[in-house]
Design a protein around this ligand. Structure first.
Ligand code: PLP
Length: 385
């Protein structure tokens, strides 16, 4: 069997249709969109088409509310820097303990520069503590940033409810939707977030392209200064082929969701999860099972280290990911798993499987068939049993 890729929350393959769409912008339409001559002028319209495709996927009323960036990390930085700089240190910054480092590190930067920064906790299932959020919002104006869905567990935060709480308190709300876009139906016309980050390489576009939705009227200090590209909100010559690729990927994601294909992905994920839980001893699922991305499962194999599981899976051609981070030589469980308070013996064996629209049942069957042998072998070697 060919290699099996179950690490789609890390990155996805570029869809062949996306590559095809991008090629003319390397070969013929390579002009600078800011140029007055026909080489440049003719490509601007394709940037605008892609902007409309991104806007359509997330339900933005006006494509001009979309700004292209280089990745999800840049979008997250732009949101926090932009608003924190525009509003000043009178605004508290509220986020959660389970955010991606692109948010956590940026918020911590502002903490070092005089802002009050609060990280809200989650419960054992990775659910946000809304009471804590309300309490923090009651003491003055705030910028709030919470993810739409978690990259490690797939847990989906109740964004409508969070948005309502923040807006009722007069706050500014940004959501890191890098893992949610393309997997869930999102409509910013109904969910009144002020800003939303997304990334191309999580939705079958290439790495190196992202976007941020900025609702009209949101006060934002320009983060990247220089030329007047992107209506002065993000300087730098536009990455036209990648922008076009992102547009096509959004277009495909829209069709994928509209045709209910994420249900097929969820069925395969459930089959994998149930197959592992039934056939491997001492396994549990991390996170809120009822509110998860359709493509993600995070399973703890008690008494086993996640890295060993990954190594053995890789040996049989299966790519997955662990919830551990290698910090100064010791295998520490990730900050997400620690924030959930998962017990030590489980936390170390947490393994993430993330599927895509290209995952097949045959691949899932192969993993279910081979997983018990790997788990049993490693458990026999475990010093904790
Ligand atoms: N936010 C979340 C939730 C992510 O999962 C990731 C990437 O894994 C990012 C932000 C960063 O996105 P990028 O890799 O495009 O910088």
């Amino acid at each position: 069997m060919k290699n099996i890729y179950l690490d789609n929350n890390a990155t996805t393959c570029v869809a062949p249709e996306v590559i095809k769409e991008m090629m003319p912008y390397f070969e013929e339409l390579w002009g600078n969109p800011s140029s007055m001559h026909f080489f440049g002028g003719q490509v601007q319209q394709y940037i605008e088409l892609a902007r409309a495709q991104v806007a359509e996927l997330i339900g933005a009323a006006d494509p001009s509310e979309i700004v292209f960036t280089s990745c999800g990390t840049e979008s997250n930085n732009m949101a926090i820097y932009g608003v924190a700089e525009a509003l000043g240190s009178g605004y508290k910054i509220i986020t959660t303990r389970v955010e991606h480092p692109a948010i956590l590190a940026t918020c911590r930067h502002f903490k070092e520069h005089g802002h009050e920064v609060v990280e809200i906790g989650v419960d054992g299932n990775g659910r946000i503590n809304l009471e804590e959020l309300k309490k923090e919002l009651s003491s003055g104006p705030a910028i709030v940033s919470t993810m739409w869905a978690n990259n490690e567990t797939g847990v989906i935060f109740p964004i409508d409810e969070i948005c309502e709480i923040v807006k009722n308190a007069g706050g500014i709300f940004h959501t890191d939707a890098v893992q949610a876009v393309g997997k869930l139906s999102i409509n910013v016309s109904e969910t009144p977030v002020d800003m939303l980050s997304l990334s191309g390489h999580k939705i079958h576009a290439p790495k190196g392209i992202g976007a941020i939705y900025i609702r009209k009227g949101t006060k934002l200090k320009t983060f990247m200064t220089g030329g007047h590209q992107e209506r002065g909100r993000r300087a730098g010559t536009e990455n036209v082929p990648y922008i076009v690729g992102l547009g096509k990927a959004c277009n495909m994601a829209k069709e994928f969701i509209a045709s209910g294909q994420e249900t097929t992905v969820a069925k395969l994920r459930d089959k994998l999860e149930q197959g592992i839980l039934a056939n491997c001893l001492d396994t549990t699922v991390n996170g809120d099972i009822a509110h998860r991305l359709p493509n993600t499962t995070n399973i703890s194999f008690q008494y086993i280290e996640g890295e060993s599981i990954l190594y053995h899976l890789s040996d049989i051609g299966v790519a997955a990911s662990s919830g551990s981070a290698c910090t100064s030589g010791s295998l520490e469980p990730s900050h997400v798993i620690r924030a959930m308070g998962v017990p030590f013996t489980s936390a170390h064996g947490s393994t993430r499987f993330s599927l895509s629209r290209y995952t097949t049942e045959k691949e899932i069957d192969y993993v279910i068939e081979n997983m018990p042998t790997i788990a049993n072998r490693l458990r026999e070697m475990s010093p904790f049993v």
